[in-house]
Design a binder for this molecule. Structure first.
Ligand code: ATP
Length: 337
């Protein structure tokens, strides 16, 4: 399957997006004999969202901290666009990078507006420009009316609201790169889904190159244009779009990491609107579902109603019938199912 089927509204490649290339990037912490990150080579294309997943201690956070030079490489290189991070001053580098972490890192004694303004202030923006940008960002992350949120302190916000402010702050100076380390890790499942959806909408709108660390493989499947699976010792186990990993895990380690429901998860990536349907006359009496329904949801609906397929009710005529066989093999080209 190509990415456009999975991401119907893919990230816009803005001029301000840049690629990140790991070139045999290796980190061995002082006093340690084995690498935390072992010769990692991969490229995150401009505007792409890469999810880094792997077991605890797999080197995910190490990879992120190497990018913004919170720690130094032992060997290898990391390039932002064509430039090695070692050729960019650490301060200048961090200004190019929005960094959002699980604990949000909001300053408790500053208001929401002051927190968002930290980097723009350092950059010397005018008060009017900072004000306008703060309002824009609060709207973007769904904290409206903005006047109500600007003056609050982090302690007066829920965990989800704090994480939204954390994302707004990371985006404040419009950095071309975003690094996110378990940014939604502290949230309950419902808030987490809402914040994921918001972040994805923002990502698609602003198209920043993003490296996103998560423990949660389902989050990675949902969010990532690509997923990189790291194994213990910081070795890359597999890199690819979620659908490729789910369809063909490189080995047992990746397969077990993806979980027993790998097949069903894979069906969750395809939407009825992307599947070729059949024009039948008359249409079978199957459940009618919107085009945005995933193949996984459609399959469980057909099963529950003991139907041999579903009808895509997307307002188009003639309507299309999608048999169960196609729901089970959504990536097989038309006529071959
Ligand atoms: N400052 C440090 N000094 C020495 N070893 C470290 C240091 N920081 C991390 N490590 C080690 O490096 C390895 C990778 O750690 P890292 O935090 O990058 O993994 P991770 O994949 O982000 O883990 P988690 O999912 O638990 O956050 C681990 O074995 C860890 O113990």
């Amino acid at each position: 399957m190509n990415e456009s089927q999975h991401r119907t509204t893919g990230p816009e490649r803005t001029e301000r997006s840049v690629s990140i290339t790991f070139d045999r990037a290796t980190k061995i912490y002082p006093g340690s004999e084995t690498p935390a990150l072992d010769a990692l080579s991969l490229t995150v294309e401009a505007g792409e969202l890469l999810c880094l997943v792997g077991p605890s201690g797999g080197g995910k956070t190490t990879a992120l901290m190497l990018i913004n030079r919170l720690i130094d490489l032992t060997s290898g290189d990391i390039r932002i666009g064509e430039t090695s991070i070692t050729d960019i001053g650490a301060i200048e580098l961090r200004r190019k990078i929005g960094y959002a972490i699980q604990q949000t890192g909001l300053f408790p004694h500053m208001t929401v507006a002051q927190n968002i303004a930290v980097v723009p202030r350092i950059l010397g923006w005018s008060a009017a420009r900072i004000d306008a940008r703060t309002d824009e960002l609060l709207e973007l992350v769904g904290l409206t009316p903005t006047a109500q949120w600007r003056a609050r302190y982090p302690g007066q916000l829920s965990g989800g609201q704090q994480q939204r402010v954390g994302i707004a702050r990371a985006l404040a100076a419009d950095p071309p790169l975003m690094l996110m380390d378990e940014p939604f890790g502290a949230l309950d499942p419902i808030t987490r889904t809402a914040v994921q959806d918001e972040f994805l909408a923002i990502h698609r709108a602003v198209g920043k190159t993003t490296v996103f660390v998560t423990h949660d493989i389902d989050e990675a499947i949902k969010m990532g244009d690509k997923i990189a699976v790291l194994r213990p010792g910081g070795l890359l186990a597999q890199l690819g779009p979620p659908e490729d990993l789910l369809a063909e895990p490189a080995d047992d380690f990746v397969a077990s990491f993806l979980g027993a429901e790998r097949g069903l998860k894979r069906l969750g990536l395809y939407r009825l609107g992307d599947l070729a349907g059949e024009q039948r006359e008359p249409l079978p009496d199957w459940p009618r579902l919107p085009a945005g329904t995933t193949a996984r949801e459609a399959l469980s609906c057909a099963t529950a109603e003991r139907a041999d397929g579903v009808i895509v009710a997307d307002g188009e005529t003639p309507e299309r019938a999608v048999p169960v066989a196609r729901l089970l093999q959504p990536d097989v080209s038309e006529g071959a199912a």
